[in-house]
Ligand binder design. Structure first.
Ligand code: SAM
Length: 256
């Protein structure tokens, strides 16, 4: 697992929050209990609170840095945060809404873990999540290609593989008579400002395992090579740099 840097991650806070807003808007219940798996630095709890003022919210994240940031910023008595692993998560009682934004791709056996999470959803409750569907996008193919070459490959084997999933895969996986499914995909066209914005974006998330595995010296060399390739794949225009970002959404409601 990479070490997370909440400040770097929050550099694109509003762009990263947008899919969560779109996800939450489609949740068709009024939950009393909410658990946000892979909650990150806790900035998205405000979205949940705005929609459901009375709910009890628990954020779970495996990163001590992210949980510490969430606890530092929290002023809401009905919101708590705890460190925990999504793959091992088991609440004391079923939860009305289990929600997750851009986190399941980090769980190594996502396609086995996510269906099991349904066991923790109360009757009439919802499992709602968003995962990136971008492993074919140039920022990821270039990361794999460059990390796979000498002299980087010996340090980065297996680290540039993201586990993003398409809407169709999740639909196939989760179809079940006991659940109503709402599954869709959206490509966001983020308009980013400044120098090397696609690198800055991915350095806060998907490229972290590779960057952290490279020793000093090689890391800088890799960074320059990767940035140059990204500049070619995502040319800077007069109005900024466009980062297309496909994402998968699932809202699964348990029938009563
Ligand atoms: C891209 S961030 C998303 C944060 C937040 N949900 C958001 O949308 O801004 C991914 C988060 O998932 C967390 N994470 C990754 N693997 C995890 C796991 N197995 N269990 C719990 N959290 C995990 C990371 O620590 C990180 O905070």
């Amino acid at each position: 697992m990479p070490r997370w840097d909440p400040t770097l991650y929050l550099a694109y806070e509003s762009e990263r929050a947008r899919p969560f807003l779109d996800l939450v808007a489609r949740v068709p219940i009024a939950p009393r209990t909410i658990v946000d798996l892979g909650c990150g630095p806790g900035h998205l709890s405000a979205v949940l609170r705005a929609r459901w003022p009375e709910a009890t919210i628990t954020g779970v994240d495996s990163s001590p840095e992210m949980v510490a940031q969430a606890l530092r910023e929290n002023a809401d008595a009905s919101t708590r945060y705890e460190q925990g692993d999504i793959a091992a998560w088991a609440p004391p009682e079923p939860v009305d809404l289990v929600v997750s934004n851009a986190a399941f791709q980090w769980v190594p056996d996502q396609l086995e873990v996510v269906p099991r999470l349904r066991d923790h959803v109360a009757p009439g409750g919802v499992l709602a999540f968003q995962v990136p569907d971008n492993h074919h996008e140039p920022n990821h193919t270039l990361l794999r290609e460059i990390a796979g070459r000498a002299p980087y490959a010996e340090h980065t084997t297996g680290l540039a593989t993201v586990r993003t999933v398409s809407p169709a895969t999740y639909l196939d996986l989760l179809v079940d008579d006991a659940w109503d499914l709402d599954v869709w995909g959206t490509t966001y066209y983020h308009l980013l400002e400044g120098e090397d914005p696609v690198f800055r974006w991915i350095a806060g998330t998907g490229a972290r395992p590779v960057l952290q595995a490279l020793p000093p010296g090689l890391r800088e060399e890799f960074t320059e090579e990767y940035k140059a390739a990204l500049r070619e794949a995502y040319p800077r225009k007069a109005y900024g740099t466009v980062l297309p970002f496909p994402r998968t959404f699932v809202v699964a409601k348990r029938r009563v």
